[in-house]
Design a protein around this ligand. Structure first.
Ligand code: CA
Ligand code: CA
Ligand code: CA
Length: 197
């Protein structure tokens, strides 16, 4: 009976129940380290039930990774990091990390897409982002999420993944500080409610 319940819970995950809520596609390389090691994606369970993530797939059209055994509680958020030890070195070990296998879906610093599939192959969420998202021309021609330290955060997590519903993070969870300026080197709210929500 337990097994049947588990299988049903996997099959019945619907689009919008597990969603992509934050993307660190271009971490602050000069102070933090290599781009590929510090990228991460945050997922949120918007349903009212705990959801087993095992077998779900993140795909950017070429590279695929499969989520491992992990129960995401209702309204909880957890992170799929490019490199677990690098992520912990930047953000500490208190943030929920989802295990995965396969090939990291390298997050392009110009434009990329991310699709999240359920274990049964249905599309749960999809986003195509551009480095122009979040540009404030009065400040810079470059978005704060494009290598300046911010992540890209979703504003209304139940709405569509349009440009106006995503913005550079304005808060941070990272203890790392740029030794020259005293500023945090990697903003964003991995595992927590977004700073722009
Ligand atoms: Ca990148
Ligand atoms: Ca990619
Ligand atoms: Ca967040």
């Amino acid at each position: 009976m337990l097994l049947i319940t588990m299988v049903l819970s996997i099959v019945m995950v619907a689009p919008g129940e597990i969603v992509i809520t934050e993307i660190m596609y271009n971490p602050d390389g000069p102070t933090l380290g290599e781009d590929d090691l510090f990228e991460w994606v945050e997922l949120c369970n918007r349903s009212t039930e705990p959801i087993q993530l095992e077998g779900m797939m993140l795909n950017d059209g070429s590279n695929q990774l499969f989520l491992g055994n992990f129960i995401l509680e209702p309204m909880a958020r957890a992170v799929v990091p490019a490199n677990e030890s690098s992520f912990i070195s930047a953000y500490g070990s208190d943030i929920l990390i989802i295990p995965w296998s396969g090939i990291w879906t390298k997050l392009s610093n110009s434009a990329d897409m991310l699709l999240l599939y359920s274990a049964s192959g249905g599309v749960l969420d999809e986003i195509a982002y551009f480095d122009t998202w979040g540009v404030d021309e009065e400040i810079s021609s470059r978005s704060a999420a494009d290598g300046i330290g911010s992540s890209l955060e979703k504003i209304s997590i139940g709405e569509e993944n349009t440009e106006t519903n995503w913005a550079p993070s304005i808060d941070y969870a990272s203890p790392n500080v740029d030794p020259d300026t005293g500023d945090p080197v990697c903003w964003g709210t991995p595992g927590e409610v977004n700073s722009v929500e």
